[in-house]
Design a protein around this ligand. Sequence first.
Ligand code: GLU
Length: 552
Amino acid sequence: MDYKALAQTLFPHIDKTPDYWEEKYPPRNLKEGARVTRFAPSPTGFLHFGNLFTCLVSYRTAKDTDGVFYVRVEDTDQKRKVDGAIEVMLKGLSVYGIVPDEGVIAEGTESGDYAPYYQSARKEIYQTYAKSLVEQGLAYPCFMTPEELDEIRAAQENESIKGIWGKWAKHRDLSFDEICARIERGEAWTLRLKSPGDMEKKCYFDDMIKGKIEMPENVQDVVILKSDGIPTYHFAHAIDDHLMRTTHVVRGDEWISSAPIHLQLFRVLGFKPPKYAHVAPIMKEENGGKRKLSKRKDPEAAVTYYAEEGFPSESVNEYMLTLANSNFEDWRRMNQTEPVEKFPFNLKKMSVSGALFDMVKLTDVSKNVICKMNAEKVFDLSYAWAKEYCPALAALYEKDTARATAILNIDRENKKPRKDIAKWSDIPDYISYMYDETFEPCYELTGNATPALAVKVLEQYIDCVNLDDDKDTWFSRMKELCPAVGCTPNVKEYKQNPDAFDGHVGDVSTIIRVALTGRTNTPDLYSITALLGAETVKTRLTNALTHYKEEF
Ligand code: GLU
């Protein structure tokens, strides 16, 4: 067979050679050990939490080594393409601090020496290499129709190796004349790899996450160009990751079963294969078992969920690191104020079987992140969130932004800040009693606080509360009114002799707290009282008194 003539017949329009592209996209000039990684989304517009996670792993792999992280858009499947999808995905990433160094940096905008980064614009490159494979007798056109392929599929039901190989690879040895005749008749063809694989042999590789892997060699004559001349994922991956000089392919582990095909392609093409890091999917516990986090079943599978709920990106980032490396939490405990970038992330410490998504854990991580923020930051971030997702909260804030910040500052910026807020959508409830518009009275009491005691306490307190008091004076007033209502200011004393009293100062403060906030548990009551203002304090105490009088 004259392979050169065959290549020319199949690709008459290709006048370049692989050397041309090799020269155009030379190896990168990076320092020793710098890793080049990428995120290669198909433009579906949906960013799955698992994609974000894999992307973070890819990003950290590059950034921690002063390497390059780029975005390549895998848009060869035009049917799956959604307009505006790239913008949505890039925005989703940038929220979490993942900004590509090169590649597709905005919808339709590319930057970097290895462009184009849209696969749809790289047809000539793929076909150059395809032509070269044909010239070397390593790939061939296959004219099998969809019906013929269906028949083979049916016939192979009991075969362990499926696809086009061995006796099924009927068009491997078509003569040049026959190929020309079929092309002349207008028959559609795909280009298949003439797999050099040996069924008896194994393919070995060392996955950065999964460790040593051994699989049978690929023997299938996989399609490398579809009938429209567009490459399959397998072929595009090999060409692109080689020419873009990717050192580490970080991708979902659903691709691990295709790795023998990919390694074979790299070999046939004469490329040095990249290192692979196959990331296991994020799992969810269900009925005692585990399953993949599902776009269909789990709202938290969509990255937009976190923004909508108002989880700060810092929290999600920290949470993802707990999923990525189990030693992250120990590191965080030892390095409370360090930025996460300082964490020595390690691919080798990733879970092999898939980390478990746990909302309780995320909530916990986020509370810890938020409690360390100062009030201005909490205000700014939650205000930005509110403007988009909770106009009612934004409107409350806008009444008096300084007061809103002061409310958020209660029990903050101290050694043991409270951890009431896990996400911005917790705030409307958390601060509801600070605004008359949202305050809902609730007069339920706990401990020794009874309606009868409440009447006595409130009657006394209404007369003595003074918003100009400093904190100590404020508290002494509560203590001072204790004897008059049959309580002791001393909790210890009460515990020693409970029958001698109707309650203690804690019960007194509960009554006042419930009257002012409708709750038995709140942050610092002194600060709350001060921020409510004299008029509101008076009204709420009076209303509570009226209520308990009626109840009593
Ligand atoms: N476009 C592929 C996907 O979205 C990329 C896989 C890879 O990273 O190589 O699954």
